[in-house]
Ligand binder design. Structure first.
Ligand code: C2E
Ligand code: MG
Ligand code: MG
Ligand code: MG
Length: 279
């Protein structure tokens, strides 16, 4: 009997695993089709200078408009895109689209210059051999200057292969692009090595910012990250600013830049033009 029960349990487990696998397979097929049929959009979230409220640029954030399921959050599909390698094609497209958009805005709204574009990269983009060629190609095609682009990478990407990463970042810096460490404080990064990477910005993860008011401990963490960044000669960007209080504290602590719902959600290019770049 015990044996039978065990078997039954196994079957339930099996069925659940099967359902998960099928769902994943569907999503993976949908993701492949999404790339072919160009179902992605890039949304743009304004990044603000906290001391004078000036718009300094945007973070490009991908959106998937699924034909039947509607908008699917990047939190849902980026991990699968990374596992399947599809992220490389998606990010290439985002990089090119966001750069073209900035080039268009430069012409259309010259009185807002300078404006910068910040783009998220995944570990696999970083490992592909033609990343530098692709950057060169995009700069040439769009006419953008390197310093108008920031690449956002994560702590885990830095430490994956330290020497190779330093070489790659050095190549990128030769083209004057800026490098930002995204979600800083949530990953594992060895503080021993941080000063060896040619990075420009630390982005404080929104999880610390959102808890600043509720928990003194998080206020201290934010303060410590800002000091650490300054000791390393880096500028600080805070993400997920939702309240005026958070903004004032961050500014007092010396955080120079910020983004969050207090200023704007990620918006379509058209909405950005209406709300932020009107003449
Ligand atoms: P991230 O790069 O840390 O981006 C910030 C996330 O915080 C975005 O979520 C943004 O919409 C959200 N956010 C902005 N302001 C606020 C706020 O005030 N409050 C709260 N609660 N959230 C805020 P999103 O767009 O869902 O993107 C999630 C993550 O997916 C990104 O985190 C990034 O890691 C990844 N991602 C998005 N687009 C791309 C892409 O094109 N390529 C790659 N490789 N990853 C991407
Ligand atoms: Mg980011
Ligand atoms: Mg982030
Ligand atoms: Mg984040």
């Amino acid at each position: 009997r015990a044996k039978n029960q065990g078997k039954a349990r196994y079957e339930i487990f099996d069925r659940e695993m099967h359902a998960v696998a099928i769902k994943r397979l569907h999503l993976e097929n949908d993701l492949r089709r999404a790339i072919e049929q160009q179902q992605f959009l890039v949304y743009y979230q304004p990044i603000i200078n906290l001391s004078n409220h000036r718009l300094i640029g945007f973070e490009a954030l991908v959106r998937w408009q699924h034909p039947t399921r509607g908008f699917i959050s990047p939190i849902e599909f980026i991990p699968l895109a990374e596992e399947t390698g599809l992220i490389i094609m998606i990010d290439s497209w985002v990089l090119f689209t966001a750069c073209q958009q900035l080039a268009t805005w430069k012409i259309k709204f010259p009185h807002y210059l300078p404006l910068k574009m910040s783009i998220n990269l995944s570990a696999q983009d970083f490992r592909k051999i033609n990343l530098i060629e692709e950057i060169d190609h995009i700069l040439m095609e769009t006419g953008l200057e390197g310093q108008e682009l920031t690449l956002e990478i994560t702590e885990s990407m830095l430490i994956e292969n330290i020497n190779k990463t330093i070489d790659l970042l050095t190549e990128i810096k030769l083209r004057n692009l800026e490098i930002s460490i995204d979600d800083f404080g949530t990953g594992y990064s060895s503080l021993n090595y941080l000063h060896r990477f040619p990075v420009d910005y630390l982005k404080i993860d929104s999880s610390f910012v959102s808890q600043m008011q509720e928990e003194n401990r998080n206020y201290q963490v934010v303060s410590t990250i800002i000091d650490l960044g300054h000791h390393l000669g880096l500028a600080i960007v805070a993400e997920g600013i939702e309240t005026g209080q958070q903004m004032r504290w961050l500014r007092e602590l010396g955080c120079k830049f910020g983004q969050g719902y207090l200023f704007a959600q990620p918006l379509s290019a058209q909405e950005i033009e209406i709300k932020f770049l009107h003449k």
